[in-house]
Design a protein around this ligand. Structure first.
Ligand SMILES: C[S@@+](CC[C@H](N)C(=O)[O-])C[C@H]1O[C@@H](n2cnc3c(N)ncnc32)[C@H](O)[C@@H]1O
Length: 199
């Protein structure tokens, strides 16, 4: 038996039990408003959606994901890296549908964020969490759309700010370009791998 990780794992377990876990997503969620109108872009199996539900008790949580096998992105979990075909994505979608079927304030939107977001009225959301396609153009597109769909004073946040050293930090570059083009540099906070922009 490999005992190398036993001590750090035990420490993490104790932290979890005591509510002291310090991962940046958990910390970030604790700062989000309760009973709000919010969305998660990029849902996968709904693990983070469950955390949003548990920690923030949203008034309405909109889950946006096409659950589409995208073979043009073979190094992504939805393009061959994990899911191998459309059937895998259909099964993941079905799992999410079942997972939240008894939650009347959770709404599942099966479609790409660039299309689904446009269906909401402007200034609808209190906050949106971006964790979909991590290529630069897609993150920038999500950010620009969220600018009109999130209320003034609301929050656009997202995961993997430090992601993809090999690919040249696409999320970080998109966030930096976005805050620059909207003079929001001072409203950007980084918490571990999370970015948080207050509008
Ligand atoms: C990293 S996973 C999301 C993980 C999830 N947020 C979590 O933490 O449990 C990325 C997801 O983005 C979705 N996705 C890919 N392209 C997308 C797009 N254009 N719009 C919305 N979601 C997209 C994929 O289907 C996949 O489920």
């Amino acid at each position: 038996m490999n005992t190398d990780n036993l001590i750090p794992r035990a420490i993490n377990k104790i932290k979890r039990i005591l509510g002291l876990q310090t991962d940046s997503r958990t910390l970030f969620l604790k700062t989000m408003p309760h009973s709000s109108l919010c969305a998660e872009i990029g849902v996968w199996k709904g693990d983070f959606s469950t955390q949003i539900k548990t920690v923030t008790a949203p008034k309405k949580l909109h889950l946006i994901d096409p659950w589409e096998f995208q073979s043009e992105f073979p190094d992504r979990m939805y393009g061959g890296d994990v899911a191998k075909n459309q059937l895998d994505m259909d099964n993941i979608y079905e799992g999410v549908r079942k997972r939240f079927e008894n939650n009347p304030n959770i709404f599942i939107h099966r479609g790409k964020s660039e299309k689904v977001l446009q269906e909401f009225e402007d200034a609808y959301f209190d906050w949106v969490y971006i964790d979909g396609n991590h290529y630069y153009e897609y993150v920038l597109k999500d950010l620009r759309l969220c600018l009109s769909k999130v209320k003034p004073g609301g929050i656009i946040a997202g995961d993997d700010y430090k992601w993809g050293e090999k690919e040249g930090f696409p999320v970080k570059r998109a966030v930096q370009d976005f805050v620059k083009e909207n003079t929001l540099e001072e409203n950007l906070q980084i918490l571990g791998s999370q970015f948080i922009i207050q509008l």
